[in-house]
Design a protein around this ligand. Structure first.
Ligand SMILES: C[S@@+](CC[C@H](N)C(=O)[O-])C[C@H]1O[C@@H](n2cnc3c(N)ncnc32)[C@H](O)[C@@H]1O
Length: 193
């Protein structure tokens, strides 16, 4: 029987549509054995948990990064207490030391990143053009040659996300490989493409 990831994260507050949850899970399930997933913007751990279920099937490492200090994205409020809530959720999956939660801003955490290269980067942090463009510029060089970048809210409600992605793929050697609801996924162009 196929694992029902949508049901498994149903009780966690968050902003993902069911098809987005299923797709994130599938992306994390496709990393290489022992690979690494990094999430920017965790909130209460809905996407984090979907990624964890997927990465766990590959004994993959999962890092999530969030300052947990009231940064507003749209109308949401983020409380300090959510960090422990997320740690509890992921530890219930018996994830052990493969899971690391970093309390901090993506642009700060990246400066000291010593956790190796990334097979799947999921960006769902601050949604302004400037912030998404900075996250793409800071983190994309850490993604492996065959790795992927997924971003949430790539839709007309968030023109900054759309503009940052459009500029990024125009200026760099990346392309869109899928769009599921507001979840867009990018891959590097291969030289012979
Ligand atoms: C839309 S919520 C994330 C939702 C979550 N990915 C989910 O689907 O359940 C955005 C989160 O990004 C966090 N955030 C805002 N700016 C950030 C930054 N520069 N680095 C990391 N996280 C950030 C906020 O604290 C908030 O928790």
């Amino acid at each position: 029987m196929t694992f029902d990831v949508i049901a498994a994260v149903d009780d966690i507050p968050g902003f993902l549509y069911p098809r987005e949850i299923a797709h994130l899970y599938a992306l994390a399930s496709e990393i290489p054995q022992g690979g690494t997933v990094v999430e920017l913007g965790c909130y209460r751990g809905k996407s984090t948990t979907a990624l964890a279920y997927g990465a766990q099937s590959q004994s993959g490492k999962l890092h999530t990064i969030d300052p947990f200090e009231g940064v507003m994205v749209g109308n949401i409020e983020v409380s300090k207490g959510y960090a422990n809530e997320v740690i509890d959720r992921i530890q219930r999956l018996s994830y052990g030391s493969l899971f690391t939660l970093h309390v901090g801003y993506s642009h700060e955490v990246v400066k000291d990143w010593q956790r190796g290269r990334i097979d799947l980067l999921f960006i769902d942090a601050e949604h302004s053009y400037e912030s998404v463009a900075r996250d793409l510029a800071d983190w994309s060089p850490l993604v492996t040659d065959t790795g992927r970048i997924a971003l949430h809210d790539h839709n007309s409600n968030w023109p900054g996300v759309q503009l940052a992605v459009a500029e990024f793929i125009t200026r760099h050697n990346w392309r869109i490989i899928s769009q599921v609801e507001g979840l867009v996924t990018l891959e590097r162009n291969t030289n012979d493409a």
